[in-house]
Design a binder for this molecule. Structure first.
Ligand SMILES: Cc1ncc(COP(=O)(O)O)c(C=O)c1O
Length: 383
């Protein structure tokens, strides 16, 4: 959470004063309803729904899109464990495709991993960087696959002028603590079709079809085995304030990343990663892509010794396929052996072992950021 102050407190106080904490009341227009309409206008997208987490957003999207046992869903080798877990939770099989040097899923490796059981593509916009949505959308359309964007780490980011989370059938956002905007815990799912939104609605509220108050949500009710992922008015109220802060947060992040981009241009052994759309990059992470893993270790050490906390992305606890694959492999690998799918994502190991990452600090002044970026350049040049 980058900013939280009296504005959020006032919004929560108003909810308490209305004595209305549960979002579904006979009348519309509570905080969650208002947030969803504001978020739809912000992106823009036809439908959005608040849920309890980003993981549940993914589960809701997969289930609402009809993904289940026997289906394969292609996900990238660099993502948080939740992406893979959500696919497994609906009984489908996560098939891992390599990432490339943009840190996004590689469209050519998606093609290599397609099978007759593939039902969905699930690209992830990691660390605020857009995946290659032109190539991925083309693939999804030509194979009639469901396209779900995992936008957990990139709310407000865009690809060629269109906001992330509006380019596929569903967009799944997380609102937990480490995101561009947050209410502590929560998620949002966007949907481009009305029928899929109605499925989402049943998924997030198990009794939705039985409640006359909610009948207005359905053009036509059909059986759908749902769950319970409703969020309270307190979270909705916080999120309305947080959304009003989003563009300013993105501006501050991008401004600081641009300073690093300029300061580190033209280095021999390092370049900055900006994903598949540098203007749409949220700017929340500064990634150095090094020429080789040995140099990355040396550079990382030198930078950290000087107080610049660039960490190897491979040390992130749950963010690469080899960290979570043992959870998903039905047949655990024999002792001392790599999990079965390991050989399929060596290209990702090659990229990730060369990447150092620093979280952008928007509370640092522009002048201090400039001094840091110059000093980082100096350290890298002196190696
Ligand atoms: C890429 C990605 N997908 C999904 C999630 C799951 O979100 P949540 O923690 O809100 O369940 C996260 C959370 O950090 C994430 O980074």
């Amino acid at each position: 959470m980058y900013f939280i102050d009296e504005k959020e407190l006032d919004a929560i106080r108003a909810v308490f004063e209305r004595k209305r904490l549960f979002r579904y009341q006979p009348d519309e227009g509570g905080e969650c309803d208002l947030f969803e309409r504001e978020f739809e206008r912000y992106l823009p997208v036809p439908h959005s729904l608040l849920v309890t987490s980003g993981t549940n957003a993914l589960i809701a999207a997969l289930k609402s899109g009809g993904i289940g046992p026997g289906d394969e869903v292609i996900i990238p080798a660099y993502t948080f464990v939740a992406t893979a877990a959500a696919v497994a939770q609906v009984g489908a099989v996560p098939v891992i495709a390599n990432i490339d040097e943009t840190l996004g899923i590689s469209p050519s490796d998606i093609e290599a991993k397609l099978s007759s059981r593939t039902r969905a593509l699930l690209p992830v916009h990691m660390d605020g960087l857009a995946a290659d949505m032109n190539a991925i959308t083309r693939l999804a359309q030509s194979r009639q696959l469901l396209l779900i964007e995992d936008v957990a780490q990139a709310i407000g980011g865009s690809f060629q002028g269109r906001k992330l989370g509006t380019l596929g059938d569903f967009g799944c956002f997380s609102l937990n603590e480490n995101k561009n905007i947050s209410c502590g815990e929560g998620g949002i799912v966007t949907a481009t079709s009305r029928a899929r939104y109605e499925n989402l609605f049943c998924q997030h509220d198990v009794s939705a079809q039985y409640n006359p108050v909610k009948s207005r949500f359905f053009v036509e009710t059909r059986p759908f085995l749902g769950s319970s992922m409703r969020i309270s008015e307190i979270s909705g109220a916080i999120m309305r304030v947080q959304l009003s802060r989003l563009d300013e947060i993105l501006r501050l992040l991008r401004e600081r990343k641009a300073i690093y981009r300029e300061a580190l241009a033209g280095l021999r052994q390092v370049r900055l990663i900006t994903g598949n759309c540098s203007e749409g990059d949220c700017g929340s992470s500064i990634h150095l892509l090094c020429s080789d893993p040995g140099y990355a270790i040396q550079a990382g050490q030198a930078l950290r010794n000087a107080g610049y906390l660039f960490a190897p992305v491979t040390t992130r606890p749950a963010h690469a396929a080899w960290k979570w694959l043992p959870l998903l492999d039905k047949e655990p690998a024999p002792r001392g052996q790599a999990p079965n799918q390991m050989a399929h994502f060596l290209q990702s190991v090659d990229v990730l072992t060369r990447v150092l990452r620093l979280e952008t600090d928007i509370h640092k002044s522009l002048a201090a950021t400039q001094t840091d970026a110059r000093s980082v350049r100096h350290i890298l040049e002196s190696l």
